[in-house]
Design a protein around this ligand. Structure first.
Ligand code: HEM
Length: 451
């Protein structure tokens, strides 16, 4: 049956000025307020820009499908993201994105990632040994995880140990400043075509300085890889070639992709793990179930195959990503008049999907605000719509690092939880930077398993 667009309804515009203004300071509050006050599909206007908030999984799927058909595009954020991401996967468009994704995808496939098991296990073991030797009962797990992920990622990406880097502190500082600066930049672009940044010149300057520092560092590393390739990720990217067309990436694109991976792969992982240890530190019963499962398989090497046996541990990791999805929202824009959820949506409307809101939706989850790994184990799991849980996004631009990062996080969790239990009474809230992080470092009490 052919359905004419005119048969669909027009959504009434809601007054969203107050929550949208709040979003500069707290995008999460703005998104949850809009959902609570107006429902699953909300149309609003800010500075003459139409904004559509989409929360229902079925509608989210429609958005991704329309994006795949070329009816929606994220290009309107291109200039805001260009200074950092250049033409890397996170920002590139059209044919360029297709070519780059095609040659990079195999490096991150399920078959290819076991290549990194050893490096991840070695770094996780070294953190475990450091913690075994600490005399402090209380440790700052956020800090330890940050060091661990940075060490692991730099080794995988560049094949060098952080211990041998003289400029590590500058690098870490620049990544932190980018994390802080990118979110206001994006929000200003989405709701005001960048105009709101005019009122924050210092923020803009600090951000740009940090981007320049990171780029200089990456350029230096790339230059050395062209002289001598190794088994690191940059070398794999240099060698990546489309067998059919012979396409391979230029030096400039290699720099962009390295920055993209560097940036996409670190904060997201550090924050997810910090939330994981926070949640299990507060939930003794869940922690015990994970420990029991890990002890059952305690002599298994932590290979991808063996990690698949740890179903409760994996469910707990997913539950962490449900409650605290590192990317809390995504935005795209209608290139033509389209229909979403049976409603006519005008060309030019900015469409906002929020993992955070959908993951806490009380009609989709049995216990929306609790840490309840059974959400991912109960039979109802199979009946749930695939876009009820989408921490890695979806559609064409889904996270290329998903298999890699799940393996990395599972190896780290298993290595540490085979040795220790973690406990905390702290109440930590969400702070929003470009990724969803704990508002302060998570401090836990550490106890050896045998006690
Ligand atoms: C817990 C960790 C991670 C989370 C939650 C996460 C989440 C996401 C999300 C939500 C997207 C956007 C998808 C969309 O636009 O629909 C994305 C894209 C991307 N992620 Fe991840 N990510 C994680 C780790 C990683 C890692 C470790 C890497 C690299 C090693 C990575 C590389 C990328 C890249 C390159 C893209 C852009 C893909 C494209 O547009 O083609 N991510 N990720």
């Amino acid at each position: 049956m052919v359905i004419l667009k005119s048969q669909h309804r027009m959504l009434n515009e809601q007054s969203i000025i107050i929550p949208v203004l709040q979003s500069i300071r707290s995008p999460l509050n703005a998104l949850t307020t809009i959902h609570r006050c107006y429902g699953d599909l909300v149309l609003g206007r800010f500075l003459n820009k139409k904004l559509l908030f989409v929360c229902k999984p079925e509608d989210i799927e429609e958005v991704y499908n329309q994006e795949a058909k070329g009816l929606l595009s994220r290009d309107f954020l291109y200039h805001a993201k260009k200074s950092l991401f250049g033409d890397g996967l996170i920002n590139s468009k059209g044919r360029l994105w297709v070519n780059q994704r095609r040659i990079m995808q195999p490096i991150f496939s399920r078959d290819a990632i076991p290549e990194w098991e050893k490096v991840i296990s070695e770094e996780a073991e070294s953190t475990k040994n450091k913690l075994i030797n600490t005399t402090d009962a209380e440790i700052n797990i956020s800090k330890e995880l940050k060091i661990l992920i940075q060490r692991t990622f730099i080794r995988i990406l560049m094949g060098i140990s952080v211990d041998n880097m003289s400029n590590r502190d500058v690098l870490v500082k620049s990544i932190n400043n980018i994390s802080k600066g990118l979110l206001p930049l994006m929000v200003a672009e989405i709701i005001s075509n960048g105009k709101l940044m005019w009122f924050m010149p210092n923020k803009k300057r600090q951000y740009q300085e940090a981007v320049n520092q990171l780029t200089a560092f990456v350029n230096q590393e790339i230059a050395s890889k062209y002289e001598q390739t190794g088994h690191d990720l940059i070398s794999l990217l240099i060698q990546a070639k489309d067998k059919k067309t012979g396409y391979s990436m230029t030096k400039e694109l290699l720099k962009d992709e390295t920055v993209n991976l560097f940036f996409a792969g670190q904060d997201t992982t550090i924050n997810t793990l910090a939330w994981f240890f926070y949640l299990i530190g507060k939930n003794e019963a869940v922690h015990k179930k994970i420990t029991d499962e890990l002890i059952k398989y305690k002599d298994d090497p932590l290979t991808l195959e063996n990690l698949a046996k740890l179903s409760y541990t994996k469910a707990s990791l997913y539950e962490t990503l449900r409650l605290y999805p590192s990317t809390t929202a995504l935005a795209t824009q209608a290139l033509e008049d389209i229909v979403i959820g049976g409603q006519n949506i005008a060309k030019g409307t900015t469409i906002i999907l929020s993992m955070y809101v959908t993951h806490h939706h009380n009609k989709l989850w049995e216990r929306p605000n609790e840490f309840y790994p059974e959400h991912f184990l109960n039979p109802s799991e199979t009946e749930r719509h695939k876009y009820a849980f989408f921490p890695y996004g979806g559609g064409l631009h889904n996270c290329i690092g998903r298999h890699f990062v799940e393996m990395e996080m599972m190896i780290i969790i298993a290595t540490l939880l085979r040795e220790f239990t973690f406990k905390t009474d702290a109440d930590v809230k969400e702070a929003v930077s470009i990724t969803l992080k704990p508002c302060r470092d998570v401090i836990v009490t550490l106890m050896p398993i045998s006690e």
